[in-house]
Design a protein around this ligand. Structure first.
Ligand SMILES: [Zn+2]
Length: 436
């Protein structure tokens, strides 16, 4: 391994080479891989794919989509394209309803996964010598081991904390000289709150980067984290159905996420008509794996809303960027005919002084009319302040939410630490409308 990539200024790890391929060369590589993945998926799992139909990358648009139910219906091993003897690892998604989705990896798949996570860390400015605290959950969830292998491949020092045990996380952050942390953004906020109570000042720690993913979060939340801690908060993206974390990552420009498109081919479609959308137009992200062996997936509908950025990135990477994912079509709820995404509420709340980014939306139905209550934690200072300050804040938030959505929502200000914290993905919406 050469030494110069270890130079944080301008150097990069050799594994990041594909990030900078000439575009024509990249497209040629993608087409070759696409043809072989379609052949593989066709001969092994017979889902009506016609390999001879793919002569150019655009022909991808003719192939059928894969949706979450296709993966559920074939539980547990139905979509595997490799014999079990070649499968070295299984993971599973935590299904909120029914059976999980099982995903498989060959030895080669694990190597690809490690390499794309290595490229993720490199894009986020990490290198050999960094001490990375990995607080993504280890286990069936892909977050923990995905980040772990990538960080080790990078040559960084990995601390395999997994999620939970917040006091211990803070002790390690402080005592082990940690320079980067991996977790969900909502869990990091929880760590920050607890650290403040314990008298730990993040600005005095060597921590300089947060590698945050596994849930949608807003630009406002990023600014809040960066101002409070002086770390750089990076957004990374991935999903178990495709590989786990490592599908796309921000670079130092923090202006969209580079898709590691030599392995994962992105398209944006209209979620209603399912027609492919042009570059720059927002729609649902669809991904095709180009090199997966154990479980090749063609045109997976992610339900994540994004767009492909039309301009090249200032960092010099030629792999395309997708807009950060602030919302999932799955998370959308409809209240009194209005489509609402939790991220819209989050952005409105973060624009109001005196609130913490801990919130929950509770939906109920009273006399056939949908009601929405937004519960927001206020800062300890505001909470201990006079009633008048609370009333003013209440009015401001109600106004901000109504302004944004055009409907009235009841707002409830709650004491700090009232809303249940999650060590993984935050639960933003509690829908009690169909309980009766
Ligand atoms: Zn870039």
């Amino acid at each position: 391994m050469s030494a110069q990539w270890n130079d944080p200024i301008g150097g990069f790890h050799p594994v990041s080479g594909p990030d900078y391929l000439r575009v024509e060369q990249l497209r040629k590589l993608q087409l070759g891989r696409l043809q072989s993945v379609v052949r593989r998926a066709y001969s092994n799992v017979e889902r009506g794919l016609k390999p001879q139909a793919v002569r150019a990358l655009d022909d991808l648009g003719q192939l059928p989509f894969t949706v979450k139910n296709d993966l559920r219906d074939t539980y547990p091993y139905g979509l595997f394209a490799s014999p079990m003897s070649e499968i070295v690892r299984l993971h599973a998604s935590s299904g909120t309803t029914g059976k999980p989705i099982v995903v498989a990896y060959t030895r080669e798949d694990i190597d690809v996964w490690s390499s794309v996570m290595l490229r993720t860390f490199t894009a986020c400015g990490l290198h050999q010598g960094d001490i990375i605290q990995n607080a993504y959950g280890y286990g069936l969830f892909t977050g923990g081991l995905g980040a772990h292998y990538g960080a080790e491949a990078l040559g960084a020092t990995v601390i395999p904390m997994s999620g939970g045990n917040t006091d211990r996380q803070i002790m390690v952050l402080k005592d082990f000289g940690v320079t980067a942390i991996c977790c969900t953004p909502s869990y990091f906020l929880h760590i920050l709150d607890r650290a403040a109570e314990m008298g730990v000042n993040f600005r005095e720690l060597p921590l300089r980067a947060g590698i945050f993913g596994a849930e949608p979060w807003t630009e406002q939340m990023r600014r809040r984290i960066e101002t409070e801690t002086r770390i750089k908060a990076y957004d990374i993206y991935g999903l178990s159905e495709i590989i786990g974390p490592g599908v796309a990552s921000e670079c130092e420009c923090q202006a969209g996420l580079h898709v590691f498109e030599d392995h994962f081919y992105p398209e944006i479609i209209d979620p209603e008509t399912r027609a492919p959308l042009p570059i720059g137009v927002e729609g649902e992200l669809v991904l095709t794996t180009l090199s997966k062996k154990a479980m090749p997936i063609v045109r997976y509908r992610t339900r994540d809303i994004s767009a492909i950025e039309p301009e090249p990135c200032e960092c010099g990477r030629t792999i395309r960027r997708i807009k950060r994912i602030g919302r999932r079509s799955d998370d959308m709820f409809i209240i009194r005919g209005v489509n609402v995404f939790p991220s819209q509420i989050e952005a409105a709340l973060l624009a109001v002084e005196g609130t913490l980014p801990h919130y929950q939306i509770v939906l109920t139905r009273e006399r056939d009319l949908d009601q929405m209550e937004v519960q927001v934690e206020v800062t300890p200072e505001v909470f201990s302040d006079k009633i008048r300050a609370l009333e003013g804040l209440h009015a401001k938030i109600s106004h901000a939410v109504e302004n944004l959505l055009g409907i009235r929502a009841s707002v409830r200000l709650v004491e700090p630490h009232t809303i249940q914290r999650s060590e993984g993905k935050a639960q933003r919406v509690i829908d009690r409308r169909n309980l009766k």
